[in-house]
Each structure stands twice: as structure tokens, then as C-alpha cells.
Design a binder for this molecule. Structure first.
Ligand SMILES: *[C@@H]1O[C@H](CO)[C@@H](O)[C@H](O)[C@H]1NC(C)=O
Ligand SMILES: *[C@@H]1O[C@H](CO)[C@@H](O)[C@H](O)[C@H]1NC(C)=O
Ligand SMILES: *[C@@H]1O[C@H](CO)[C@@H](O)[C@H](O)[C@H]1NC(C)=O
Ligand SMILES: *[C@@H]1O[C@H](CO)[C@@H](O)[C@H](O)[C@H]1NC(C)=O
Ligand SMILES: *[C@@H]1O[C@H](CO)[C@@H](O)[C@H](O)[C@H]1NC(C)=O
Ligand SMILES: *[C@@H]1O[C@H](CO)[C@@H](O)[C@H](O)[C@H]1NC(C)=O
Ligand SMILES: *[C@@H]1O[C@H](CO)[C@@H](O)[C@H](O)[C@H]1NC(C)=O
Ligand SMILES: *[C@@H]1O[C@H](CO)[C@@H](O)[C@H](O)[C@H]1NC(C)=O
Ligand SMILES: *[C@@H]1O[C@H](CO)[C@@H](O)[C@H](O)[C@H]1NC(C)=O
Ligand SMILES: *[C@@H]1O[C@H](CO)[C@@H](O)[C@H](O)[C@H]1NC(C)=O
Length: 629
């Protein structure tokens, strides 16, 4: 997987060079507003549990009003400004992964228990992700609306996408030779999140591009304009001046902090529980993530959960909000019986297909790892602000394909019909709550319609230009869960993705796999001499053979976990309503990706910045903050 390469060969060298000459130092602590357990106030206007994309975006926007005070409590530390975070080509963010997260045995993946990734650092996923800045499509956000959430649609989201970001064009000559295109009217130019493109590409990425065209995938003018099936350069969340990562810690904390004495961040502490006065959320308990005593801090207006799709449901359950049976099992006093908390877990699972090449082109993304001379040349170019492979996230290439199901297979209508004919209850655990089942039926209905749409990508194809082709599965029908396994707030929850438990998901994977094979059989890839390698290989021809290998190969997560405190009507197993308030209590919202009802045809980051902007506006209006009324 793209996370797991060994960077130790060049790591020491890079750390030295980068920290002295490449990027401005970001050593911490340095701001009065980084609070510790002794300096934290006893109360704030808002308390935010989790300092990721949603948490920091909302904290930034709410503290624009000087009468408001905000405390963000983040389980992880401030990052130390290492090149593994900041420099795309030195990508090695694993220091900031949540420790020891492992799934329960995955029934659809030969009972493998698989290590899984989420961030534990200020900035959350934006600090550790592969910098892909890709919105979903029109149908994604309209679909959230159709599920019963008023005020949710593409048209409602577009102004927030634009507000959140500042797009910097690539040079005209690069755009022309590299086939980079965009529609400036849908791209923001004055927001805090900086994004652009790498300024370099590996030559064989053109072979992939031309092969993709020859098998029917067409260039997309702008994948962030509401439709993305086709091929395009991956927009990358980087500051185009320095070619370094633009992440939430930089763009929603460092950027504003000099003028915000009312914006506090307590790092390396974990929220263990929401405190209630009756049904009003009045504060939280927290403790050092490394272990220690529990403290309390109080919120006069709201507690906002932004701890991510694996930990927000854990906090809710520990606080007495969740499935009654689960809470009873652990002796947790019930505040609200909300059966949907921790259910509806989705991710965008990935499949790596190894290839050998007899005539690949030099350089390719593998050269950065295998050829120290080339790596040193590229590093020198990067330092001199010249076009360099160091502007590309290590082990990735620059272009991808997004495929609607009809782009992958002409049998898409049969696949949709078969999915429709299946009893949805057969795709969920036998003891599923009836409201959660109803919510799944509605989601399934919508997702199957999307299988018939030319505008909704169900999968992504990528070739790293070296030895791996990748498939990402975007819209699963399988559903998993995250449930506490202990009342210890520092114990990991039970994570069960249930990947590939729905048979339609396996059909989508084989369709995408066959399209990927077809692409590699096109003449402009064949000149490179690709050979599909073990555990796959040309000898595997039937769907059953392919699926058997996939069950051993698929990674259930791309760290895009979502949807475990879903925004849905309560009678559909929902946890929050359309303004993201938790049902049954007051003063408590869910801001992070847990609130999504379903995955999108994009990568999460762009949508989470926009959703953070949107929720900040909703809250400002509700309390007349920062001149909102
Ligand atoms: C809030 O904190 C301030 C300063 O720490 C303190 O003076 C005030 O009494 C507190 N208010 C409440 C309601 O706890
Ligand atoms: C996975 O484990 C379950 C429960 O132990 C068992 O019934 C099933 O046969 C196992 N599946 C495989 C593929 O080993
Ligand atoms: C947007 O990016 C441009 C060029 O990279 C930069 O000059 C400008 O200051 C940025 N604007 C904002 C608001 O960040
Ligand atoms: C860009 O597109 C042109 C025309 O289709 C093609 O000849 C060229 O190889 C492509 N280059 C890259 C880098 O994709
Ligand atoms: C880009 O990064 C540099 C160095 O951190 C910073 O000075 C500059 O303000 C950033 N540009 C934008 C537009 O944020
Ligand atoms: C935890 O609280 C106890 C009792 O107040 C105290 O004796 C102990 O020193 C505290 N531990 C830490 C690590 O602060
Ligand atoms: C390694 O990189 C150098 C510098 O770009 C290049 O001249 C050389 O051919 C490369 N070696 C291999 C084996 O590709
Ligand atoms: C399926 O979705 C369509 C379109 O959103 C809607 O009209 C229909 O009522 C839905 N059917 C079910 C069973 O939810
Ligand atoms: C769940 O809790 C049980 C009992 O404490 C323990 O044995 C088991 O290892 C835990 N499972 C996980 C995945 O943490
Ligand atoms: C691919 O290359 C590896 C390493 O050189 C080799 O062991 C393997 O047999 C090759 N596989 C195929 C299918 O050529």
C-alpha cells in the first residue's frame, strides 16, 4: 500500500537538508494559546473534541468573533514540521498514525485482522493523507438531501468549497504538455486551503493517459466541477510557493493564531465523555492520551464532536448515547437510545495489483526509492524551486481515472438489477436495529441508482508508474461498525469494516479489475512490457478466481472511514439531523466525517473543509456570532 514503503534509506539525509534549508521551521510550542492541562480555562463558549479538518476549520471561523472562546482538545501532538509531512516526495507520515488500530477478523476478507490507519495529530487526516483534493459529484450531496436532510445539495455546498480554498494554476506550459485542465469559475481563490498541482511528471504517466483514452476514458475538464468520471491530473493540497503540504494546522490554526487569544488548542489529550446537565451538553471530561487523571472543562454553548469516524462514536457511546443493548452491556447509564451510533461504517477499500515491466521508462516513481543519484538530483531541484519529482507524493503518479460503473462494464444494468433483487437485510448483521435497516434500505436504493448513472464514479484506477496498479472502491454496499469494547476511554474500539460482505461489491471489484487489465493491454501500455504479477496473473480468468485472490489482497481502508454518526432522520437510524445536532440532547453536534450518510465519489478532505465552513456558518447564524445576524 502507498503508506507502507520504507523511507529509511533517504530519511536521515532529507531530515537534515529539509530542516535547515527547505521549509520554514515549525517547532512547537510557541503560541500562548497552545494550552496545557495547567493553563486551560475552566470554561469556554464552545469545546471541540478533535483537531482535524472539521475541528480546526470550525474553531478558526467561530473565533473570528472575539466574544467567543473555543477550546480544541486533540488526542495527538502538534507535528514537528518534519519533511515526511511537509514535502510531498518525502511522504512518510506514519509517526502520526493512531497506534495499534487493528480490525476484528474480516469475514469478507478471509478472516484477516488488518492494521488500519487514522491520524492522531493536530490537523488530523490533512496532516497524513496523500494530499488528494477531490470533491464528490453533484449526486453525492444531492443524495444526502434526498435521504431526508434539508439544505444539503451540490448547489448548497459549492459556495463553501470555494470559500475554503485558494487554487493556484500550474504554469501554462506544464498544463499544455501534461494535460492539466480546470474550470476557474468553480475554484476558490481567496480561502485558506492552498492547492495546485505537482510541477513534474513521470514520462510513462503519458502512456497510461493515452491507454486510458484508447479504452474509452475521456479527459475531464475539471473533476471538482460536480462530475468526475474520466481521467485527469490529481489536484494536490499544497502551497504552490513552497510546494509543501497545506494542512489544517497551517491553514486554520497557524494562519490566524497571532490575532486569536480566544482560540485554544490542548494537544495530546483525549475527550473521554460528554457531560450533561439533564439533556444539555455542558462540557467534557478529558485525560492525557498517554494516560493519567481525568479533568473536566465546561462549555457555555455547545460541545462539538470532531474526533473522526472511529472515535466520535466511541465518545458518544462512552457518554451514554448509542445502542441501548451495547451501553447496558458495559453498565453505561443511558442518556439517549440511538441505535445508529457506530453503525453504517464505510470506507473506500483499496486493491493493489503488482506488475513487472520489461521496458518501463526511466524515471518513474520507483526511481525515487531505488536510485539514490536520481533522488539527490530531484532534491536539489526541489530546493532550487525547479520542477522536481519531490512535488509528487511519494509512490504516486500524477493522474487517475474515475469510472462510472458503465465505464467499467456493459453489464452495469444487470449488476444494478441483481443488487435491487437482493434482500437488504441479508447485507447487515442479523441483530440489526430496525431503524438502522430502514436507513440502509434508503441508502442502498440511492446507491444502486448511482450504479446506473454516467456521472457517479464507483471506482478509481491509478498506476504509480512503477510496480503497482491501484483500484479504489468508492461506493460500497457493505456496511460495518465501530463499537466500544471497554469503558476505558483509551482502549481502541472494535472496528469491523465488513468489506466485501455484500456480493455486489465483489462484482464491482471484478468489473474494475477487468477494465484495469484492458487498459494495460492497450498498445501505449504494452510498449512498456507489463506483466501482471503474483498473487494475480493472466492465469486467473474467472470472476471466482479473481475474487478469491482479492479477499486476500484488499485493504479494507484507505483511511476514509465515515458515516458512523449518520445525518439521517431518526426513524432511519440517524444520529444527527440536517444541522448536525445529535438527536435527543441539546448543545451537542457532530462535525467530522462521521456525519456523512454515505461515501462520495471523491476523497474526504475537500468535502470536510467545505462542511466545516458550512457548519461554522450554521452555528454563527444560530447564535448571531461574528455579525451573522
Ligand atoms: C468561566 O471561567 C472564568 C475564568 O476562568 C470564571 O471567572 C467563570 O466563573 C467561569 N464561569 C463558569 C460559569 O464556570
Ligand atoms: C471465518 O471465521 C468464521 C467464524 O469463526 C468461520 O465460520 C468462517 O468459516 C471463517 N471463514 C474463512 C474463510 O476462514
Ligand atoms: C493564493 O495563492 C496565491 C499564489 O499561490 C498567493 O499569492 C495568494 O496570497 C493566496 N491567497 C490566499 C488568500 O491565500
Ligand atoms: C497529453 O495528451 C496528448 C494528446 O492526447 C498525448 O499525446 C500526450 O501523450 C499526453 N501527455 C500526458 C503527459 O498525459
Ligand atoms: C506558503 O508557505 C509559506 C511558508 O510557510 C508562507 O509564508 C506563505 O504564506 C504560504 N502561502 C500561502 C498562500 O499560504
Ligand atoms: C492523579 O490524582 C491523584 C489524586 O488526586 C494524585 O495523587 C495524582 O498525583 C494524580 N496523578 C497525576 C499524574 O497527576
Ligand atoms: C539513476 O539516476 C541517474 C541520474 O538521473 C541516471 O543517470 C541513471 O541512469 C539511473 N540509473 C538507473 C539504473 O536507472
Ligand atoms: C428510491 O429513491 C427514489 C429516488 O430518490 C425514490 O423516489 C424512491 O421512493 C426510493 N425508494 C425507496 C424504497 O426508498
Ligand atoms: C476486547 O475486549 C476483550 C476483553 O477485555 C479483550 O480480550 C479483547 O482483546 C478486546 N479486543 C480488541 C480487538 O481490543
Ligand atoms: C516479477 O518479478 C519478480 C521479481 O523479479 C519475480 O520474482 C516474478 O517471478 C515476476 N513475476 C512475473 C509474473 O513475471
Amino acid at each position: 500500500m502507498l503508506w507502507l514503503h520504507d523511507f529509511s534509506l533517504f530519511g536521515g539525509l532529507l531530515l537534515l537538508l529539509v530542516s535547515t534549508t527547505l521549509v520554514e521551521s515549525t517547532l512547537v510550542p510557541r503560541h500562548a494559546t497552545i494550552v496545557d492541562r495547567d493553563t486551560v480555562q475552566s470554561n469556554y463558549t464552545f469545546i471541540i473534541a478533535g483537531g482535524g479538518v472539521a475541528g480546526l476549520t470550525i474553531a478558526d471561523r467561530l473565533t473570528e468573533d472575539p466574544s467567543v472562546s473555543v477550546l480544541v482538545i486533540e488526542a495527538g501532538p502538534f507535528d514537528a514540521g518534519i519533511d515526511g509531512i511537509l514535502v510531498p516526495g518525502a511522504y512518510a507520515p506514519y509517526y502520526y498514525f493512531w497506534p495499534n488500530l487493528v480490525t476484528v477478523p474480516q469475514a469478507g476478507l478471509n478472516n484477516r485482522s488488518i492494521s488500519t490507519i487514522c491520524a492522531q495529530v493536530v490537523g488530523g487526516g490533512s496532516t497524513i493523507n496523500a494530499m488528494v483534493f477531490l470533491r464528490g459529484v453533484v449526486e453525492d450531496y444531492n443524495g444526502w438531501g434526498l435521504l431526508g436532510n434539508s439544505g444539503w445539495s451540490w448547489n448548497n455546498m459549492l459556495p463553501y468549497f470555494m470559500k475554503s480554498e485558494n487554487f493556484t494554476k500550474p504554469s501554462a506550459s506544464l498544463a499544455k504538455t501534461a494535460n492539466i485542465s480546470w474550470d476557474d469559475t468553480v475554484r476558490g481563490h481567496s480561502g485558506p486551503v492552498q492547492y495546485s498541482y505537482p510541477n513534474y511528471f513521470y514520462p510513462a504517466s503519458a502512456n497510461w493517459w493515452n491507454a486510458a483514452k484508447s479504452v474509452g476514458l475521456q479527459p475531464v475538464k475539471d473533476p471538482n466541477a460536480g462530475s468526475n468520471p474520466g481521467i485527469f491530473w490529481i489536484p494536490s493540497v499544497l502551497n504552490a510557493t513552497t510546494m509543501t503540504r497545506s494542512y489544517a494546522r497551517r491553514n486554520h490554526y497557524d494562519r490566524v493564531i497571532a490575532s486569536r487569544p480566544n482560540y485554544h488548542v490542548l494537544a495530546s489529550n483525549s475527550v473521554s465523555k460528554v457531560l450533561f446537565g439533564g439533556t444539555q451538553a455542558i462540557g467534557v471530561n478529558y485525560l492525557p492520551t498517554a494516560g493519567g487523571n481525568i479533568s473536566s472543562v465546561y462549555a457555555s454553548k455547545e460541545v462539538i464532536l470532531a474526533a473522526g469516524a472511529l472515535h466520535t462514536p466511541q465518545i458518544l457511546q462512552l457518554s451514554g448515547i448509542g445502542p441501548k443493548k451495547l451501553l447496558n452491556k458495559f453498565g453505561i447509564p443511558l442518556v439517549v437510545d440511538l441505535p445508529g451510533v457506530g453503525q453504517n461504517l464505510q470506507d473506500q477499500s483499496t486493491l493493489t495489483i503488482p506488475y513487472n515491466f520489461s521496458a518501463n521508462l526511466f524515471p518513474n516513481s520507483g526511481s525515487m526509492l531505488s536510485n539514490a543519484t536520481y533522488n539527490a538530483e530531484q532534491l536539489a531541484l526541489y530546493q532550487a524551486h525547479q520542477p522536481s519529482a519531490y512535488t509528487i507524493v511519494s509512490t504516486l503518479s500524477t493522474n487517475i481515472g474515475q469510472l462510472a460503473l458503465q465505464d467499467a462494464t456493459s453489464a452495469y444494468k444487470q449488476i444494478a438489477a441483481q443488487a435491487r433483487a437482493r434482500n437488504p437485510a441479508d447485507s447487515l448483521p442479523a441483530d440489526v436495529d430496525p431503524t438502522v435497516l430502514k436507513g440502509y434500505v434508503a441508502q442502498r436504493n440511492l446507491t444502486i441508482q448511482q450504479f446506473e448513472s454516467a456521472n457517479v464514479a464507483v471506482g478509481t484506477l491509478h498506476w504509480d508508474t512503477a510496480d503497482s496498479a491501484l483500484i479504489y472502491h468508492l461506493h460500497p454496499l457493505s456496511r460495518g461498525s465501530v463499537n466500544i469494547n471497554s469503558t476505558d476511554p483509551l482502549a481502541n474500539p472494535l472496528i469491523d469494516y465488513r468489506t466485501l460482505t455484500d456480493p455486489t461489491d465483489a462484482q464491482l471489484y471484478t468489473a474494475l479489475f477487468r477494465k484495469q487489465r484492458q487498459l494495460f493491454l492497450a498498445p501505449s501500455m504494452q510498449v512498456l512490457g507489463p506483466v501482471e504479477a503474483a498473487p494475480f496473473g493472466a492465469q486467473l480468468t474467472t470472476d471466482d478466481q479473481l475474487v478469491a485472490v482479492m479477499r486476500n489482497q484488499i485493504d479494507p481502508s484507505n483511511a476514509h472511514q465515515c458515516c458512523t454518526a449518520a445525518m439521517l432522520p431518526r426513524e432511519l437510524g440517524g444520529v444527527v439531523c440536517s444541522d448536525q445536532k445529535v438527536y435527543g440532547v441539546k448543545g451537542l453536534r457532530v462535525a467530522d466525517i462521521s456525519f456523512w450518510p454515505m461515501e462520495t465519489s471523491g476523497a474526504p478532505t475537500a468535502t470536510m473543509y467545505a462542511a466545516g465552513e458550512r457548519l461554522a456558518d450554521v452555528i454563527k447564524k444560530e447564535y448571531c456570532l461574528a455579525g451573522a445576524c
